[in-house]
Design a protein around this ligand. Structure first.
Ligand SMILES: Cc1ncc(C[n+]2csc(CCOP(=O)(O)OP(=O)(O)O)c2C)c(N)n1
Length: 630
């Protein structure tokens, strides 16, 4: 049977569809999303829950003239499917395929690029102010999750917009879930609105009134006034949004398309900042995701063989090690910003709930909270993905490093993460962390080293960052006790007299493979695991730089300001010539999405690339200033 979806070339086509056809389209969109995510991996629950909101918004607005701005953006698959990207949808999250998030370069309908949470209202307000200043006349609507609403930026934007007289509609897509269950007082507040019997009665009344509003016509305003009075009577007193200067409509059923359309039209005609509180169900329409929305938040692409020999992930090693250490040290506190599962802390949360803190999507707060905890005598361990810690740059500088506080940062997903793409690769952390005075920066080459580094960090009375990649590692031996690593000491793993390879973290094993390739070609290299980016093992660096063929540094981080740059700084400080030094790492570019193996290849980070760099060094005659930081 012909699908409605196949008739939708652009959102303008939605305007021809009646409610029944829109409902049918919602079902087809869900089927398309489930089918593609099962094949390619990707975000499932949030996308399924946002289908009706997206259809309602697109059928009322005129995108791309009107601007629809997503938060986080992993709810936008239905939006992609109805904005001319149906044919390309099978390429979702693949190399050179459709992004899993809105991207401005992908479509004029993607009004703002996203991936990190909490940006929608700020970006939308920027659009509104630009529109007003330029005398333009388009509408701006955000689709903002209840999780995203816990981010500091969302509060900052609510605060700002609430005192401006600009037309902006925020649809709060409230499914009571972040990735896992949402947390915090705002979440409690929204839950009260959702479940308080008086509010539920008011909501039913609103829906009854709204269902009587004609699509067009003069009585609309009157009915709307009655609606507003009802809302004010029951919901608004003390309502946070109203107190901040926003008109508040809701809560309404976020799966009821005609109701959403009517409330949105009313919100637009009202003017000023308006928040529509829409209740949705994460995973809607796909029973496994409805039953376990946390687990089916996202799916991984089908397992690739290279993962097979490994039983554990770095996240698991970290979570298990911290739990064991915390059992012996009652001052240890684990902190996450809405990622208990992703960071491997779920077991810790279960076994030591009093020493586990989930601050919601509030990375900046997490860091300064940790600083306060450290001042109060606790040992905070902050587990945040590398890419999301970028948010908390100043908190690390000003609140932790400047006061030399013993806060431990555990940065998961450091390096190239794969199909989530440029918003999620964690390739800048070494560059920024190593510039902070007092900070120790380490990167383990495997799970056992991660445990050792965690143990080491707890011995140090200063800020420490440990960064490790996404994915699997060999399980550290159960009976092997973690050891402390001497501060600022690397480790030589293989000796050879021709040249040196100094690698850090995830690149150490690749460097060892490069040494094998070189050995087969008759070249003997020394391979060392630097372990520390800061403080650097000066002796080791000098020793390797003096090998006749020179030295190649390798890191899964930007070359600019990264580990190799630190090595160059050291060598120039010690007046060692640097013309026989090569830096391998991520170039001055945002790495695209794709499978990690391909992205490593494209970034020049394979064993063959490292071996090639060594060989080039050996073949080249040294010329002054010939080092390449690509
Ligand atoms: C700054 C930041 N921190 C953490 C994340 C990881 N993350 C992705 S989605 C998500 C939950 C978002 O919840 P919500 O906004 O309610 O959207 P939903 O998935 O429920 O639609 C989190 C924590 C992120 N994307 N950005």
């Amino acid at each position: 049977m012909a699908r409605v979806l196949d008739e939708i070339r652009s959102p303008a086509d939605l305007k021809r569809l009646d409610t029944d056809r829109l409902k049918c389209l919602a079902g087809e969109l869900r089927e398309e999303i489930v089918r593609t995510v099962q094949k390619n991996g990707g975000h499932l629950g949030a996308n399924l829950g946002a289908v009706e909101i997206i259809l309602a918004v697109h059928s009322v607005l005129n995108s791309p003239t009107d601007k629809i701005i997503f938060d986080v953006g992993h709810q936008a698959y239905a939006h992609k499917l109805i904005t001319g990207r149906l044919r390309e949808f099978p390429t979702l999250r693949q190399y050179q395929g459709l992004s899993g998030f809105p991207r401005r370069e992908e479509s004029p309908h993607d009004a703002f690029g996203v991936g990190h949470a909490g940006t929608s209202i700020s970006a939308a307000l920027g659009y509104c102010l630009a529109r007003d200043a330029r005398g333009e006349n388009y509408k701006v609507v955000t689709i903002t999750g209840d999780g995203a609403m816990t981010a500091g930026m969302a509060f900052e934007a609510l605060n700002h917009a609430g005192e401006l007289d600009t037309d902006l509609v925020v649809i709060l897509n409230d499914n009571a879930m972040s990735i896992s269950k949402n947390v915090g007082a705002l979440h409690q507040y929204l839950t009260t609105i959702r479940t308080d019997p008086a509010v539920v009665r008011a909501r039913d009344e609103i829906e009854r009134i709204m269902s009587r509003i004609p699509a067009i016509g003069g009585s609309m305003m009157k009915v709307a006034e009655k609606l507003a009075a009802t809302v004010r009577h029951v919901v608004v007193p003390g309502a946070m949004f109203q107190d901040l200067g926003w008109a508040y409509y809701g809560p309404i059923d976020g799966h009821n398309i005609p109701l959403l359309q009517r409330v949105l039209r009313e919100a637009i005609s009202r003017g000023g900042p308006v928040l529509i509180h829409a209740i949705t169900q994460k995973g809607r329409g796909y029973p496994p995701a409805e039953e376990d929305p946390g687990r089916l938040h996202s799916l991984k692409p089908p397992i690739c063989d290279s993962d097979a020999p490994f039983a554990v992930t770095y996240s698991e090693v970290f979570g298990d090690a911290l739990l064991e250490l915390a059992k012996d040290d009652p001052s240890i506190v684990a902190i996450t910003a809405a990622m208990p599962e992703g960071t491997g802390l779920a077991k810790f949360a279960e076994e030591l709930p009093d020493r586990f803190i989930d601050v919601a999507i509030a990375e900046q707060h997490a860091v300064t909270l940790a600083a306060g905890l450290a001042c109060g005598g606790q040992r905070p361990v902050v587990a945040i993905y590398s890419t999301f810690l970028q948010r908390a740059y100043d908190q690390i500088v000003h609140d932790v490093a400047l006061q030399n506080l013993p806060v431990i940062f555990c940065l998961d997903r450091a390096g190239i993460v794969g199909d989530d793409g440029p918003t999620h690769h964690g390739v800048l952390d070494l560059s920024f962390l190593r510039t902070f005075p007092n900070m120790v920066v380490m990167a383990p080459r495997d799970g056992a080293a991660l445990r050792d580094m965690l143990c080491t960090a707890l011995q140090l009375a200063r800020p420490v960052a440990i960064r490790y990649p996404r994915g699997a590692t060999a399980a550290p031996g159960r009976n092997v006790k973690p050891r402390t690593v001497p501060l600022g000491k690397g480790e030589i793993l293989r000796e050879g007299n021709d040249a040196g390879i100094l690698a850090i973290g995830s690149m150490v094993n690749t460097a060892l493979s490069a040494a094998e390739l070189l050995a087969a070609r008759g070249t003997a290299v020394t391979v060392a695991d630097a372990r520390f980016v800061k403080p650097l093992d000066e002796e080791l660096v000098l020793q390797l730089a003096r090998l006749p063929g020179g030295l190649v540094t390798v890191e899964e981080n930007a070359v600019a300001g990264g580990f190799g740059s630190a090595v160059l700084e050291l060598l120039t400080r010690r007046h060692v010539p640097i013309e026989r030094v090569r830096l391998l790492g991520i170039g001055d570019t945002f790495v695209e999405q794709g499978d990690t193996e391909r992205l490593h290849r494209l970034s020049g980070l394979t064993a063959e690339d490292i071996a090639g760099a060594v060989q080039l060094l050996l073949n080249e005659r040294p010329t002054l200033g010939s080092f390449v930081a690509h």
